[in-house]
Write a protein of this length. Structure first.
Lengths: 125, 152
């Protein structure tokens, strides 16, 4: 039942996930598990987690995002969070939330540029 | 004693009807989502700007989650306030849970007795205009928050 609410797309080795607008705790946990399974199944090298439809970010949600990025990192992938709305950024900062070292981008387009840029840097080394 | 209309609120300046005061029960995780939706409708209905609506929803989400996490169940009471021409929202989160032994400590950012981030109480306080905690160990906790609409 939860499954129908979450879609994980894979394009050019990168997972694209749009977080649903009003996610409950169960759905957030489910999303995390599905992302990790997809990382393995698709041998993905990165994840773009779009939160542009999310209208309020509370501390549980933020912690799960940070954890997910860490887990994806352990599996060898990079995560970019994209599309945070201005009012969500203001509120998250006031709440004292930090996304740690996770990369962020204005939108999915920029996030994709970022991940592909990182990949080129690694090739150059 | 709060200065509000307890049964049904009058329409706001633009003549739109606002939601009456009421109570929402918090018994499970799904109710946290419901509280967020309800607070959004209430705050937007009063005419708060988008950033303030987001602040109020976020504070409500943290406090509803505290009830679910620490007390298991409780309730949110909501009211539209009218005071000397100003319009505001009041949300009261009540539970009969274990209570908070040391309120000043609970108000410190990063302090938590669960697996949380310890941002719920201090973060909610920063986002609202008024914030009050009453708690007694073994009896329960009541957190009251208020936000006033800016005239801009």
């Amino acid at each position: 039942m939860l499954d129908s609410n979450v879609s994980v797309l894979k394009l050019r080795g990168i997972l694209f996930v749009t977080v649903p607008a009003e996610p409950g705790d169960d759905l957030i946990n489910h999303l995390q598990q599905k992302i990790l399974e997809s990382m393995e199944q698709h041998e993905a090298k990165g994840l773009i987690l779009d939160i542009s439809t999310v209208s309020a970010l509370d501390s549980f949600f933020a912690r799960t995002i940070v954890e997910t990025a860490q887990m994806v990192g352990l599996m060898g992938g990079r995560t970019v969070i994209s599309g945070m709305r201005p009012e969500v950024a203001i509120t998250a900062t006031q709440l004292g939330l930090s996304l740690g070292n996770i990369l962020t981008a204005l939108n999915m387009d920029r996030a994709l540029d970022m991940l592909e840029g990182l990949e080129e840097e690694e090739w150059d080394r | 004693m709060r200065d509000s209309y307890p049964s049904s609120s009058p329409p706001d300046q633009k003549g739109r009807a606002v939601l009456p005061d009421g109570t929402t029960h918090i018994d499970g995780e799904d109710d946290i989502v419901y509280v967020r939706k309800q607070v959004r409708d209430l705050a937007s209905g009063i005419g708060f700007n988008l950033t303030d609506v987001t602040r109020i929803i976020t504070a409500a989400s943290e406090l509803a989650r505290n009830i679910y996490r620490y007390a298991g169940k409780g309730r949110m009471k909501y009211a539209v306030l009218h005071q000397r021409g100003a319009v505001g929202i009041e949300l009261e989160f009540q539970d009969e849970g274990p209570g908070i032994a040391d309120i000043p400590q609970a108000m410190e950012p990063g302090y938590t007795t669960s697996r949380g981030l310890g941002l719920g109480l201090p973060g909610s306080k920063r986002m609202m205009d008024e914030f009050h905690v009453w708690s007694e160990v073994g009896k329960g906790t009541i957190v009251t928050i208020r936000k006033w609409k800016r005239n801009n």
